[in-house]
Ligand binder design. Sequence first.
Ligand code: IMP
Length: 203
Amino acid sequence: MKLIIASNNRHKISEIKSMLGVRFETVWGMAEAGLELEVDEDRDTLEGNAQKKAEEVFALADSMGLLESGDAVLADDTGLLVDALNGAPGVRSARYATDGHDDAANRRKLLEALDGVPMEERGAHFATAMALVRKDAPMIRATGRVYGRIINEERGEMGFGYDSLFLYEPAGLTFAEMTADEKNGVSHRRNALALVLAALESE
Ligand code: IMP
């Protein structure tokens, strides 16, 4: 069976590919599948955006004859929710600082927004909403989370997005200081994907 990951984000695609195991014989990102589509992420929840992305990419892939019975499209919409900011940037995480998608500007804006906030009030969590849309089978949806703290300067070179500001306290490391395997063992994305895979296995 084939899985198309409804994303052009190479970090996301690589994390999902390495966590998938052997459930699908072929796993493609959108570029590998030859799909070009800019989905407007205009829903007001991560779950709504994940479902919209999965459905639109599924429709395009299906119209191109790429999908056989059982094949699937998986979308991931992720946000960082900071307690002291009432859950911001949340569903707006990608476009927090600018209308484009500028991770460095987003991190700077987050540090500014939390300037002066003491460490004990800097709790935050990542949430990943996933939607798996399948040919000839019902959709599966799940949300995974991981809890941590936003530190006051960047640490680490690995990962992407907000990883260098997100302290995963059990390890005493930011996600950008953890190897891909370490992050993938505990992350929001892993927790969402584990729920999706469990739902598939239980059918
Ligand atoms: P989206 O899911 O692609 O819309 O991502 C939303 C925002 O969160 C973007 O700014 C991403 O860079 C960031 N992001 C997504 N996943 C992660 C992650 O695993 N770690 C850190 N930042 C992430």
